[in-house]
Design a binder for this molecule. Structure first.
Ligand code: AHR
Length: 501
């Protein structure tokens, strides 16, 4: 006998729009993300469109990537944009001091990023350099990207091949300024932010929203100080939260022994669920601090780095943060997207770290080969949530218990998609037990259901270059309409997304 859950969807009282940017991506100059993952150059034997590899580009378009954040991360606070414009062969070569100490030849710069975002159809999020940059450098960069005038910087952009300004959707003033971005105290950062913000002037008509560098995980003081000092000058503040199995173990571990991406048992499955689901509580607490300073919720909380962080794949450069991606990653990705949907009144962007070949990547490449990870498939299954209207959801159901610690087994979210259908996302994090959920739609009727499921035989099932389709979505047949409600049988460790009409 399976376990039972009750999921109640309040379709009569719709909530906020789910910002498409909740499914945003993060692309840092790190390891094999930009170079090989996105950019191979026009002369590469890997099929490419003006230097961008075609397979990855098509895969990103297929899931309608809504936004890309670039160039970092920690890299952003050592990035000088002028190094990345002009003829490629003349661009200076630097050292990527944060990530493996490798050479950075600047072949991928502002033009390449902006053009790539246009090809993907994604909004642009450029992260400015406060750590080793200046107000002037950031102001000039924004002018270079956005000015329609005949200023010297706008003419330089034209000389480098781009006539019209690009659309700059988001611009951040620093990254992790409490750490790699300068080891600042929040008071000092806030003063810097106020000063620099004064001089960031996107051209009239640009939609550019300004982001303050936010706190790490449960650093509520950071959010408090920055909001108190700058809420009237910014559009968003960021939050970073990574899930490490070591952080969720009964005896909390450290960054040194995070846990393997593929070689784990139920103990580290559970531990990862603990640390990943902390996102819900973190968003509640940071939002409460923001409410004090901004009760009308004008300032967005954006989770511009989130995801799972494991020990690097053995044999790879540890500075490249390469890791495999299993069914476990798919489950935490779905749970986190459900959490972002719940908090959509404040959370208007979230960027998984990172898009290709780094950390919880959606796509892995190996030279000319490419594979889609289980996390990619979750984004594919969730893509119709972009721009949908959230419905409040309550879940009453079984616990998933391991070694005397428990978590709710079922995570859910729901929304009305732009085409009028109702989307219902359900994840069963329990790797051992099937759960049958009775889903009630208050204020809506169900005539038909269709859907997809992502699951696999083992907790660590994953796709490899030899077997790229080991984990992939399948048509879901475990849902039926029964007495006005839905009865949904959720296998152990599964992600389901239903479309109800
Ligand atoms: O995503 C990898 C790194 O994690 C980013 O560069 C940094 O912002 C964070 O610490």
């Amino acid at each position: 006998w399976g376990q039972e859950a009750t999921v109640t969807i309040n379709a009569a009282q719709p909530g906020p729009i789910l910002a498409p940017e909740i499914q945003g991506q993060f692309a840092e100059h790190l390891g094999r993300l930009i170079y090989e993952g996105i950019w191979v150059g026009e002369k590469s034997a890997i099929p490419n469109v003006r230097g961008y590899r075609k397979d990855v580009l098509e895969a990103l378009k297929a899931i309608r990537v809504p936004l890309i954040r670039w160039p970092g991360g920690c890299f952003a606070d050592e990035y000088h944009w002028r190094d990345g414009i002009g003829p490629r062969h003349k661009r200076p070569v630097g050292v990527n001091t944060n990530w493996g100490g490798v050479e950075e030849n600047n072949a991928f710069g502002t033009h390449e990023f902006m053009e790539y975002a246009e090809l993907v159809g994604a909004k642009t999020y450029v992260n400015g350099n406060i750590g080793t940059g200046s107000a002037r450098e950031m102001a000039d960069w924004v002018e270079y990207m956005t000015s329609p005038s005949n200023s010297t910087l706008a003419q330089l952009r034209r000389a480098n091949g781009r006539d019209k300004p690009w659309t700059l959707d988001w611009f951040a003033i620093g990254n992790e300024t409490w750490g790699c971005g300068g080891n600042m105290r929040p008071e000092y950062y806030t003063d810097q932010l106020r000063q620099i913000r004064t001089f960031i002037k996107p051209a009239p008509g640009q939609p550019t929203k300004i982001i303050a560098s936010g706190g790490n995980s449960d650093d509520l003081k950071w959010t408090d100080v920055v909001m108190a000092g700058s809420a009237n000058m910014i559009d968003a503040i960021s939050l970073h939260h990574y899930a490490l199995p070591s952080f969720g173990r009964a005896t909390r571990g450290t960054w040194k022994d995070k846990g393997s991406a593929t070689d784990f048992g139920e103990s580290d499955w559970f531990a990862l669920m603990v640390t990943a689901t902390q996102m819900d509580d973190l968003l509640t607490r940071h939002s409460a601090v923001m409410d004090k300073h901004d009760p009308k919720k004008k300032v967005a909380l954006i989770v511009d780095e989130w995801g799972n962080w494991f020990d690097p794949t053995p044999g790879t450069n540890p500075g490249f943060l390469e890791q495999q991606n299993t069914l476990r990653d798919a489950v935490t990705a779905a749970v986190n997207l459900n959490i972002f949907h719940k908090h959509a009144g404040r959370v208007r962007m979230a960027n998984i770290a990172q898009m290709v070949n780094v950390l919880q990547a959606l796509i892995l490449t190996d030279g000319p080969k490419m594979l889609l990870t289980p996390t990619y498939h979750v984004f594919d299954m969730y893509k119709d949530f972009q721009g949908a209207t959230q419905f409040p959801v309550t879940v009453a159901g079984p616990k998933y218990t391991y070694a005397e610690r428990s978590l709710p087994a079922i995570s859910a979210s729901s929304a009305r998609a732009k085409d009028g259908s109702i989307l219902v996302a359900l994840t069963n994090i329990d790797p051992n037990n099937t759960v049958t959920a009775t889903v009630t739609l208050e204020g809506a009727a169900a005539a038909t259901i269709s859907g997809r499921i992502l699951t696999a035989p083992a907790m660590n099932s994953h796709n490899s270059f030899g077997q790229a389709d080991a984990v992939k979505p399948a048509a879901f047949t475990g849902a039926r309409i029964q007495g006005g409600a839905l009865s949904v049988t959720l296998p152990a460790k599964s992600v389901v997304v239903l479309t109800v009409r």
